[in-house]
Design a protein around this ligand. Structure first.
Ligand SMILES: Nc1ncnc2c1ncn2[C@@H]1O[C@H](COP(=O)(O)OP(=O)(O)OP(=O)(O)O)[C@@H](O)[C@H]1O
Ligand SMILES: [Mg+2]
Length: 236
């Protein structure tokens, strides 16, 4: 098999909160890689450091020490302008609570997002792909939670990012809507997208090529997996 291409390499990341005896190591010397085209799931209990790690990879938060290597450059050394470019060009972010702007339509949420394609036909193709073409002129509040999450995935897809980072994308959804979102992410993975998804639901890891388990700010397990084909066969 051909050598897998490394997209991101995280080296010895440390992130502390608080001082003295109250110090919490959100990340305690974490090293990992993200490979191009993989579906990586980061699993762990609440407070284990999953979001902190994802936010560091996404260039959202500052590290205390360590490196994040992307295209031979260390993201942790980027100035504000470089960081903004990195966030715009390398990363598509999907949040637990969607983060859609409420006063503009679904279509506008996509076309007005930084670095988004402005090509109407392309945006409509993406909306069609997430099953929302008929909702494009609705406002977020007129959509169900699952539909809003699919809209936020469409927004992430409308820019040419190298990877999709998803933090508990099913966390705010009911069971069936959550499954729809997972099916969508699985479809995107099969189309070649690199996906890093955070969850605390063990059953969902059946979808991943690789699973990293975190505990107390550290990686305690890492394993390969043969992803299942049918999201409907998993239960949680
Ligand atoms: N802004 C902050 N200020 C202080 N402590 C923080 C902050 N953000 C995170 N922490 C602490 O860092 C640790 C890791 O938090 P993190 O949000 O990464 O966990 P998580 O695995 O994503 O949890 P969850 O599943 O609940 O989202 C926790 O102990 C948390 O309390
Ligand atoms: Mg979290």
């Amino acid at each position: 098999m051909a050598e897998k291409e490394v997209l991101i390499e995280v080296k010895n990341l440390v992130k502390k909160y608080g001082t003295g005896e109250a110090t919490v190591f959100a990340l305690n010397n974490v090293s990992m890689k993200v490979y191009k085209g993989e579906f990586l799931i980061i699993l762990g209990y609440s407070g284990s450091g999953k979001s902190t790690l994802l936010n560091m990879i996404g260039g959202i938060d500052k590290v205390d020490s360590g490196e994040i290597i992307y295209k031979q450059k260390d993201v942790t050394k980027f100035n504000d302008k470089e960081l903004t470019n990195y966030r715009r060009e390398a990363i598509g972010y999907i949040f637990q609570f969607f983060n859609l702007l409420s006063d503009i339509t679904i279509y506008q949420n996509i076309v007005l997002a930084p670095s988004s394609t402005k090509d109407k036909a392309e945006i409509e193709r993406i909306l069609d792909g997430v099953g929302l073409l008929d909702k494009k002129d609705k406002f977020p509040r007129q959509l169900s939670g699952g539909q809003q999450q699919r809209a936020s995935i469409a927004r992430a897809l409308a820019k040419t990012s190298d990877m999709l980072l998803a933090d508990e994308p099913t966390g705010a959804l009911d069971y069936e809507s959550g499954k729809d979102v997972l099916k969508l992410l699985q479809k995107l993975h099969k189309e070649g997208r690199t996906i890093v998804m955070v969850t605390h639901t063990k059953e969902i890891t059946a979808l991943a090529d690789r699973i990293i388990t975190m505990k107390n700010g550290q990686i305690i397990d890492e394993r390969q997996n043969t992803p299942i084909d049918d999201v409907d066969t998993i239960d949680w």
